[in-house]
Write a protein that binds this ligand. Structure first.
Ligand SMILES: Cc1cc2nc3c(=O)[nH]c(=O)nc-3n(C[C@H](O)[C@H](O)[C@H](O)COP(=O)(O)OP(=O)(O)OC[C@H]3O[C@@H](n4cnc5c(N)ncnc54)[C@H](O)[C@@H]3O)c2cc1C
Length: 430
């Protein structure tokens, strides 16, 4: 479970416990006899399961700023996954414990408890919710291989169905109707907002330029049509291209980090060919429209820390650091020294190298070192110490592919850097 570290986490913990606390006077304390204890467990886990499901839906609300008390949208997504997974476990315990509690009376009673006559609609609503949950979670857990991302997103509507059916089950059986109405409105409201309102609140931009950076990597320069968005360094947006001629990804939203300085009214976005949609964008036509939603994320927080920083960026994970360095070049306030290590496979894959060299020449507090895997192998403590002797004492930011992040986290932990001083972002949601 992600540890409570942010303001939003405390609210979430309180909301998880609320329905159980409100129901306690009705439930009483767990009995000492096994059947009574199982019965209590079955009811309590049912309450917790539905609460967690509704909160998982609630935190999927995508409104710029909502993610920040939770440590940014990528962390909020991890919380969403954790809540959904724990809800499923609770629902399983709910069914199992209630069935087992009736076994000592007789097997027939246990079966009748779980599968009563159809006239007892409340229980069957619960079963339908369970089926919807399983239909949604089977591909989520990868039972049929890695799911197609966009199809999996559409399948989320089945999870909304599970919520609705679960609510009917609780409203017909449980005593605390007001609480379920409240949580139900929060959970289903968040889904309705995502599907119905959010798509109409995106900002229109036009593609002004498509700059090739390397094989399979371009930078899109986007000009706002209207006000545009305001962002901070390290944040990302959802980009939806509308170009009719695109071979794939038209109308699909994908997250991309903003690589321009916050003071730049144009948005610059580096896009690496990693699949259908990002491949098609390599040849997108200029002057076509895209929709931008956001910004989201909390990679650097609201402002840089008042201490020296070490930035380690690899692959397309270099983009938040491009935005940061461009910000310094544009005169952004720097409270300490920044040392950026660009971890690329070889010089031809260090596609922002020239930009960084120019910025390091102009900005005294910004140092830049490139590290090529082809020549040096994985980054080592010795390499870091040679170029940045005080790296252990700095605030450290990592962005790149999961394997690189795991390697760097091990390396830094081995040097005694506390986890609280290491901030990382992985470009993968699943
Ligand atoms: C916070 C964040 C910032 C990112 N910034 C950049 C960036 O600056 N430049 C860049 O090139 N890439 C970035 N990415 C990755 C980019 O979102 C994916 O490469 C892109 O969505 C792939 O889509 P596709 O259809 O081309 O490939 P697919 O083959 O469809 O997807 C490849 C993988 O990308 C992930 N993915 C696909 N669609 C989405 C989606 N809508 N939301 C989340 N993940 C998805 C999934 O894990 C999927 O398995 C970022 C990702 C995240 C989460």
């Amino acid at each position: 479970m992600p540890l409570p570290r942010h303001r939003g986490d405390l609210l979430l913990v309180a909301l998880v416990m609320l329905p159980l606390a409100v129901a306690l006077p009705r439930l009483g304390l767990p009995g000492s006899v096994a059947e009574a204890w199982l019965n209590w467990l079955g009811r309590a886990s049912g309450i917790l399961g539905l609460t967690l499901m509704l909160l998982a839906a609630g935190v999927s609300l995508r409104v710029p700023g909502f993610d920040r008390p939770f440590g940014g949208l990528t962390r909020l997504w991890r919380l969403h996954h954790w809540l959904g997974f724990t809800a499923f476990i609770m629902v399983m315990v709910h069914v199992l414990a209630l069935g087992l509690a009736a076994v000592p009376v007789s097997l027939a009673v246990a079966v009748a408890t779980l599968f009563p006559p159809l006239s007892q609609g409340a229980i069957w609503f619960g079963w339908l919710a369970w089926v919807a949950l399983v239909v949604f979670l089977a591909p989520t857990f990868g039972f049929f291989g890695k799911p197609h991302y966009q199809r999996w997103k559409h399948l989320h509507l089945v999870s909304a169905m599970a919520l609705l059916l679960g609510l009917c089950h609780a409203l017909l059986l449980a005593g605390e109707a007001w609480l379920w109405w409240l949580l139900g409105i929060a959970g289903l409201g968040a889904i309705a907002w995502r599907k119905g309102v959010a798509p109409h609140r995106r900002h229109p931009y036009r593609i002004e330029d498509v700059v090739p950076l390397a094989r399979g990597v371009v930078e899109l320069v986007l000009r706002p049509e209207g006000d545009g968005i305001r962002h901070e360094v390290g944040q990302f947006v959802y980009l939806t291209p509308l170009d009719e001629r695109l071979a794939a990804g038209r109308g699909e939203e994908h997250p991309y980090t903003i690589a321009s300085a916050p003071s730049d009214t144009r948005l610059r976005i580096g896009i690496k060919d990693l699949g259908d949609a990002s491949h098609a964008l390599q040849t997108v036509t200029t002057e076509t429209r895209v929709l931008i939603e956001g910004p989201y994320g909390e990679f650097f927080g609201r402002r840089f820390p008042a201490r020296d920083m070490l930035w380690l960026g690899g692959g397309i994970g270099i983009t938040p650091f491009v935005g940061g360095a461009r910000g310094f070049a544009a005169g952004a306030d720097l409270k300490g020294h920044v040392h950026l290590f660009y971890l690329a496979n070889s010089p031809d894959r260090a596609y922002y190298h020239d930009d960084f060299c120019k910025i390091a020449e102009r900005v005294e507090e910004f140092a830049y070192t490139q590290h090529y895997y082809r020549d040096h192998g994985p980054l080592t403590e010795a390499f870091l110490r040679e170029h940045c002797p005080d790296f252990v004492a700095r605030e450290i930011y990592l962005c790149g592919p999961p394997g690189m992040i795991a390697h760097l986290q091990r390396l830094l932990a081995g040097q005694g850097v506390p986890a609280s001083r290491i901030h990382s972002e992985v470009f993968d949601f699943l």
